[in-house]
Design a protein. Structure first.
Length: 166
């Protein structure tokens, strides 16, 4: 449970919903950008009253007047882009259906991998905790197509799997 009120946040920082930026309104940092990148550099965090908050959660609070009910999904996959149009309040399940592909992915598509034993491309998708096989294909294009069709069938976000993880 988060303790910060919208009123208290508004006293200390300003949030620009169009740019996603935060600026300190008081203290020694008045007029300076608020926040710093998290350890892995994926998100921005801001310390207020001895608590650390993710900037995307503060953006939601300051724009809508309450913290999100679920998780905040960065629609475009960039965790540093805190423009309100890039944020949506979703369940964990929905959030996992809009992930960037991993940096160690060699096929360029989530759920598509080379099977050296059979010398073909295998397509799979994880749905509700279980892996569903989508078949084996001679071409990577066919495997990617099968994966994209399955993503649509199972309600994944259209941006799912775009770009590499940073």
């Amino acid at each position: 449970m988060e303790h910060l009120s919208q009123e208290r946040a508004d006293e200390l920082i300003s949030y620009n919903a169009d740019t996603g930026s935060f600026v300190w309104l008081s203290g020694v940092k008045k007029g300076k950008k608020a926040g710093s990148k998290t350890v892995k550099g994926k998100y921005l965090s801001i310390g207020i009253d001895r608590h650390v908050y993710y900037a995307h959660r503060l953006a939601w609070l300051m724009y809508y007047g309450r913290f999100p009910d679920g998780q905040i999904d960065h629609i475009n996959g960039n965790g540093l882009d805190n423009r309100i149009e890039n944020l949506r309040d979703v369940s964990q399940k929905e959030n996992l259906r809009n992930c960037r592909h991993q940096s160690n992915n060699t096929s360029g598509a989530m759920g598509v991998e080379w099977n050296p034993l059979n010398k073909n491309w295998r397509a799979r998708i994880k749905v509700d905790g279980r892996t569903v096989s989508l078949g084996s294909y001679k071409s990577i294009e066919d495997a990617k197509k099968a994966r994209k069709e399955a993503e649509a069938t199972y309600g994944f976000h259209e941006n799912h799997g775009q770009g590499g993880a940073s």
